[in-house]
Design a binder for this molecule. Sequence first.
Ligand code: ADP
Ligand code: MG
Length: 628
Amino acid sequence: MTAEKHDSFISAPDSHGKIIMEFSGKELIKGESDASSFPSGGLRATFEARGYTAWDCTSPAFVIHDEYGAVLYIPTAFCSYNGEALDTKTPLLRSMDYLSEEATRVLRIFGDTTTKRVLACEGPEQEYFLMDADAFAKRKDLVYTGRTLFGASAPKGQELEDHYYGPIREKIVSFMAEVNETLWKLGIPAKTEHNEVAPSQHELANIFTQTNLSADQNQLVMTVLKRVAKKHGFICLLAEKPFAGINGSGKHNNWSINTDKGVNLLKPGNDPHSNIQFLVFLTAVIKGCDEYASLLRESVATYGNDFRLGANEAPPAIISIFLGDELNEVVNSIINAGPLTNVRKNSLLRTGAKTLPGLPMDTTDRNRTSPFAFTGNRFEFRMVGSEQNIAEPNTALNTIVAKELKDFSDTIEKSENPKESINEWIKKGLTDHQRIIFNGDGYSKEWLKEAERRGLPNLPTTVDAADAIQTDKVTELFLESKVLSPTELKSRISIKYDSFANFAMIDSKTMSHMAHKQFLPAINSYLSALAKEGKELKECGLELPGSTVKTMKDIISLLDKATIATNALDDLIREMAPYKGRELAAKAKDVLLPAMKALRDPIDQLELLVSKDYWPVPSYGDLLFHTV
Ligand code: ADP
Ligand code: MG
């Protein structure tokens, strides 16, 4: 989330010993703070403590009132004594400058002499779960990690699809009303809200704006969701995969490029085939996504998101682009230098009922399974994690597209026959990079094979993704664009490994703790209760039915597995001690995660066999159907 540093307005007492409250313009613009405990990925030693905050004056300051008074918040960038960025805002702002510069250059080639600035814009769709606060407090996994590490599926999941777009229940409506009001007061235009696919899952979208502002606003949205949830007796879960077996949460990142006059450069218009300027921008996106697919993938790689990407409701960890029928047709005709066949003109959708009006139809249907989909006038990057700061993926997007636009201008400005060179650049770009376009089912097994055949990188985990971007090409990209220096880039990668390893260690320790303190003792108690029953029955000349004895034997065998797995996990946690950085992250991925699964499996099976009176934590059913 964000970091906050709070100061009061008190300054030194005056000559009469009176306290003075003041706040100067200087303090508004620049702050100085101790940055030593902030993760810096080796950029600085602990004793080099000085850090600076600088107001991002394009992101308005705001005031939050609470029962004690009010706090003025100043959205700031944060850098070290040497000017190296310690935050995500600084690189994002740099990438926006780069994109603005290169996109304006392209516009000049097309004869636009008045546009001064081009803005990368973004609108996030934030998904989240609401839990009952009391049930939440009874689960150490939720408390420590924000997601469940154990839990057998409830008899009902999302198979009826009765939650999606279902009526929003009263308790939730009042929560959403307060969220909206709070956000509006902060100047955040929250717009869409509805139930999501999984039970207790919801979504909130605010209206798109320039990427730095949007990133700040999304951080506030997440903070407000959490704070208001508490007031209503809920806990808001932002984790990407809080429950096994049902959908996780993501954050669709709607991204477009707009001029300072409000013209969307990704708008195809009525005749995209002859809209050459649009085709240049489209080609830049396609080319950039293919050339820097690993970087895009890495920009959404977090420990939590690994559990979601590639699961059956989320895009796979492979980057591909969905264009839709109309643009696909245009792209194919350019590649094959053939005419357009099958052009679908905007038509009316007839419902068949006379009393309903004809509805203007979109030229393409939606594809829910694509990680990167063209949706009419923007691209929707769907791999972004629900808990993630959107600054990182947007920095990557802005930078790679700007880089391709630069390549375009460099080529055309040198050319003696610009018109021809423009067409050639488009054709070559689309031909060389058409392998990234995929309009089929991204969830299918066949796609994994097909993607491999096409040579598209499949980077299933954060560790793989962080490994994959350590290339000269990526370093060069960030260096040339001045978005990240090689040292800044290195520090960020090292933070990726560290945080992955930290989260895996916390999960493992939480699982071990819950097994020792809660599950194993509870299962033993239940077994001995059954055994006692058997003894009592014997005293009356009766005995436990054979089927019950069989259940007891099943429990004993699973209990044995669970105990062995707990001990094995404990041993592994101890064995991790000497490792750190990438090595620890890789070990966590290769050995800790499988060991965690080996413990979860028997415990989840046991949950279904052991009486609810004995089970020490609320079940998935208790957690997910609390508002019913
Ligand atoms: P859907 O559910 O159809 O994907 P929503 O209306 O829920 O769409 O949200 C779409 C998001 O996309 C909103 O945040 C919206 O502001 C944003 N958006 C709309 N147009 C653009 C655009 N041109 N550029 C960037 N974001 C946009
Ligand atoms: Mg969407």
